[in-house]
Ligand binder design. Structure first.
Ligand code: GSH
Length: 426
């Protein structure tokens, strides 16, 4: 099979996946440069000389023809395919293929990308009305496709076209963060279409597994720096019991000035009914913040002196979808977001989690210390807790102990991937 040429993309890029799916469906092949590093290679003079906008995907064919913009590349490659109907069989069908491809990109993909960028803090300040408007726009487009597919197998013709592959690539991406379970339940035709495309024998390998989110991801503001209480200001022993008074509506606290509604009175957390422990998590957090982690007199020494393995447990935590990680600073923001969503368990949890590796080849891993012996009851306050895998650590096992210590000391290394950035949940 002769190659069409070289496609600059990265494995997790949905735009690139769309093109790779068209290549596969057309029975063609394409080269993917292994040395491409996103946000580096695309900024080099050599890349910009070929593709002046500096974005991927970008195509250079074997005869030196250069092309950027996903839709243009998709259409060009589809037109190289012998005997496929990827672009329709006459000019009217071709126009319908263009219509649904453009519709998918401008009415579905565009608002979806804005929503995602708002969620990860890439568009600031986060603005709720913009988020809401973009979700409405997206849902309107999804409903139009849903109605259209009620009487049709495919979008534009009786066969799979570029439009169907375009839609599936966008829906796959959006199912991971915005087309959640309740929304999917309202879109049976769209989901049926999606399953047909991604399970097509020539497309299955390109689309791979889909991550279906249960609840649409919500924006969580970055944690504010908490002031460490001065030792004298806080009684070492019995801290004053939290006043029972409920905050009045609009009453604000200087550290939580963005909380404008009173919290619902909370049901008693079963973790509060566990037998009293000699290990004081607050004291541990203070020791960890104030001491060197390793060495004599360090935080780890303090930990082993005070740890109560019945009242608390230590866990290894690993992100399940490391192959989706791109830039390490974004992975680090993701840990920050996860920690923010764990806020309701602050009394029961300490964490030290980091990004290891480099751009497009990184993992998220670390350690947690938590109240009780069951991780779920502590971490399930975060809607995305199931995106992580948890394994209890046996600190009498030398290897597991070494992992734990390295995660706390931020010098963890896994399979040659070195710790580049970390976050603590304190
Ligand atoms: N309109 C372009 C968008 C491509 C695009 O936004 N690519 C992003 C990655 S998903 C990129 O290369 N960004 C690099 C940069 O902004 O420098 C297309 O459809 O191909």
């Amino acid at each position: 099979m002769t190659s069409v040429g070289t496609l600059w993309t990265i494995p997790q890029q949905d735009y690139g996946r769309r093109i790779r799916a068209i290549v596969a469906f057309a029975g063609l092949s394409i080269d993917l440069p292994e040395t491409y590093v996103h946000f580096e290679t695309n900024k080099t003079p050599a890349f910009l000389a070929k593709f002046p906008h500096g974005k991927i995907p970008a195509l250079e064919t074997t005869d030196g023809f250069k092309l950027f913009e996903t839709q243009a590349i998709a259409r060009y490659i589809a037109s190289l395919a012998p005997n496929t109907t990827l672009l329709g069989s006459n000019i009217k069908e071709a126009a319908l293929v263009d219509q649904w491809s453009a519709f998918t990109d401008s009415e579905l993909n565009a608002p979806g990308r804005i929503i995602f960028q708002l969620l990860i803090g890439a568009i600031t300040p986060y603005t709720k009305p913009v988020h809401t408007t973009m979700v409405e726009r997206l849902e309107r487009a999804l409903n139009t496709v849903e109605k259209h597919l009620a009487t049709r197998t495919f979008l534009a013709t009786e066969r799979i076209t570029v439009a169907d592959i375009t839609l599936a690539s966008v829906v796959q991406r959006q199912c991971s963060f915005v087309i959640d379970a309740p929304l999917r339940a309202k879109l049976p035709n769209l989901l049926r279409h999606y399953e047909t495309i991604v399970n097509h024998p020539s497309l299955k390998a390109v689309f791979g597994e889909t991550e279906f989110c249960e609840k649409a991801r919500q924006y969580t503001p970055p944690a504010k720096e908490k002031k460490e209480p001065k030792p004298a200001a806080k009684p070492a022993a019995a801290p004053a019991p939290k006043a029972e008074k409920k905050p009045k509506a609009k009453e604000v606290d200087d550290e939580e000035d963005d909380i404008l509604v009173p919290e619902e009175p909370k049901a008693k957390n079963p973790l509060d009914s566990l037998p009293k422990s000699t290990f004081n998590l607050e004291d541990w957090k203070r020791a960890y913040s104030n001491k060197e982690t390793r060495g004599a007199g360090g935080a780890l020494e303090w930990f082993y002196e005070h740890f109560d393995a019945e009242g608390f447990s230590a866990w290894r935590v690993d992100f399940k979808y490391n192959n989706e990680l791109t830039q390490t600073f974004m992975s680090s923001n993701q840990i920050g977001g996860f920690f923010n969503r764990l806020e309701a368990s602050r009394k029961y949890l300490f964490g030290s989690v980091g990004v290891l590796g480099q751009t497009n080849d990184s993992i998220i891993s670390g350690a947690l210390i938590l109240r009780g012996q069951d991780v779920k009851g502590v971490v399930d306050v975060a809607p995305d807790w199931e995106s992580y895998e948890y394994v209890k650590l046996d600190l009498s096992n030398a290897e597991q102990k070494a992992f734990f210590e390295a995660a706390l000391a931020w010098d963890l290394e896994i399979d040659g991937k070195k710790w580049v950035d970390g976050k603590n949940f304190k």
